[in-house]
Design a protein around this ligand. Structure first.
Ligand SMILES: O=C(O)CCC(=O)C(=O)O
Ligand SMILES: [Fe+2]
Length: 353
């Protein structure tokens, strides 16, 4: 069995607990690993909401392929991407990612502002509510990061993520078919993966923080450690096996890493078929996951963070990333930062325009 990544597990729900201590533990985990497990107590995002979201995801991906194609992803980063159409690590991938994904942008009065498959039309209020809960949870984390980093005022990051302003935040359903069947969803056909093919190529996320929801027993996520080794990220790490639901996995994205001068790490990760699974998990099954990518409001200027600790931090970006496109710091907005990354990952989509 593979040795799992040593990611801390933090309970942020303890009432009457020491908030400063929780905030410090969060910052330490984000600075060292770029990843942290948040114990899932069901207080912020209910277990029922998470279960329902996975049900809606199954319904969505089992829709007829024509319906999904009618919702194809656009340059606003909303919509469906089919098997093999996204290649997260073009330098090392033979073929595109073995996955389907559906990106939900904002909802207005419980209605999506983008085409969605017919089967999920009745569920729009639930999806909208789930998206809101995810955003609220991210803002809670961002407030704690502000406290942990001694930012003045501590809600500096939180207020930059106002839910009422347009932003690049995306709720993403992901479906990775079983490598053993060529048509496991009834609507997806693909040739079986070969050695070294991946479900999602190595990448780092673009935004501030990402929430990741996974299902028990479904292996595949790996992170790249500082020493260059790939380590599996178990769904239920030791100590959480008896919790009512797996912990919520949180990772830092490139924007927050950039904003904090590299103090908070944006760690490269991928989803594989054949990586060493941890005990009780398999990567032969179809796999579903749900990600929430939280971004600041588009117009947010990524100015220096008012924190001694961030200001005094030297050289984080260089060693956190091989190639750092932002080494020459200029003040850009959250939207400029996102557009730069989207153009790189959806080259074809932009070239067609
Ligand atoms: O499905 C997963 O476990 C991870 C997905 C991911 O890293 C992403 O969509 O950015
Ligand atoms: Fe990711």
């Amino acid at each position: 069995m593979a040795e799992a990544a040593a990611i801390p597990i933090i309970d942020i729900s303890t009432e009457g607990g020491d908030q400063a201590e929780v905030a410090k533990a969060l910052v330490d985990a984000a600075a060292e690993h770029g990843f942290v497990y948040i114990k899932n107590t069901g207080k912020d995002i209910t277990l029922e909401q998470i279960e329902r979201a996975f049900e809606m995801s199954r319904t969505l991906f089992s829709s007829p392929i024509e319906e999904k194609q009618n919702c194809s992803i656009q340059t606003n980063n909303q919509g469906w991407s089919g098997m093999g159409t996204e290649t997260l690590d073009p330098k090392s991938q033979r073929v595109g990612d073995f996955k389907e994904a559906f990106n939900f942008g904002p909802f207005t009065n419980n209605q999506a502002n983008q085409p969605i498959p017919t089967a999920i039309i009745p569920y729009q209020p639930s999806i909208a509510a789930f998206r809101t809960s995810c955003n609220d949870f991210c803002r809670k984390l961002l407030h704690l990061f502000g406290i942990g980093l001694g930012v003045s005022p501590p809600d500096f990051f939180k207020t930059a993520h106002s839910p009422s302003l347009p932003s690049g935040s995306i709720l993403r359903f992901l479906y990775y078919p079983s490598p053993d069947s060529s048509s496991s969803s009834g609507s997806t056909s693909f040739t079986a993966p070969q050695a070294n093919d991946v479900r999602a190529g190595a990448h780092s996320d673009y935004g501030s923080v990402t929430l990741l929801f996974r299902l028990r027993g479904q292996a595949g996520l790996e992170l790249l450690t500082g020493s260059g080794a790939w380590k599996p990220v178990p769904v239920c790490p030791p100590g959480t096996e008896d919790d009512p639901a797996p912990p919520i996995l949180v990772n830092i994205g490139d924007l927050l890493s950039y904003w904090t001068n590299g103090l908070l790490r944006s760690t490269v990760h991928r989803v594989t078929f054949d990586g060493a699974a941890v005990e009780g998990e398999s990567n032969r099954e179809p796999r579903y996951s749900i990600a929430y990518f939280c971004h600041p409001a588009n117009e947010t200027k990524l100015t220096a963070v008012p924190s001694e600790r961030v200001r005094g931090f030297k050289g984080g970006l260089e060693d956190a990333k091989e190639e750092n496109p932002y080494a020459e710091r200029k003040v850009m907005t959250a939207d400029e930062h996102l557009q730069m990354r989207l153009q790189a990952s959806y080259l074809e989509l932009y070239e067609k325009k």
